[in-house]
Design a protein around this ligand. Structure first.
Ligand code: AMP
Ligand code: ZN
Length: 117
């Protein structure tokens, strides 16, 4: 399968690893939008949040377990997790991933959606 994030998990494409266990891999986003910005991904290929089922959903809990561990590891007290699903939401890589953002006071509201046209 020609998947960028599967290649990162396999080490075929280099990344800056933040955390890894049997289920998930986390690495620094190449174009950070916050002082701390990593991507947490399941090792199993799931193309997007719209493909989560009763059979594969357990790993999503592992993603959030990893986020809590990463927060402790990095000394992060506040963080935001974002998942984009589908083109209109801005999903550019079709391997489910969770942005973990920290290190800045974040706003909340319609403006946080950015440009919508
Ligand atoms: P999304 O727009 O939600 O699909 O997020 C994809 C993210 O992957 C973006 O924030 C990109 O900056 C990031 N990205 C793309 N290629 C790489 C890469 N080779 N290493 C690390 N992050 C990447
Ligand atoms: Zn993949």
């Amino acid at each position: 399968m020609d998947c960028l994030f599967c290649k990162i998990i396999d080490g075929d494409i280099p990344s800056t690893k933040v955390y890894e266990d049997d289920f998930v891999f986390a690495f620094k986003d190449i174009a950070p939008i916050a002082p701390f910005h990593c991507l947490i991904i399941p090792k199993v290929h799931i193309s997007g949040a719209d493909q989560i089922t009763a059979e594969n959903s357990e790993v999503i809990g592992k993603v959030f377990e990893a986020a809590a561990k990463i927060a402790k590891q990095e000394g992060i007290e506040s963080f935001r997790i974002i998942n984009n699903c589908g083109d209109d939401a801005g999903q550019t890589v079709k391997h489910i991933h969770f942005h973990m953002l920290a290190g800045v006071k974040m706003g909340w509201g319609p403006e946080s959606l950015g440009k919508t046209e």
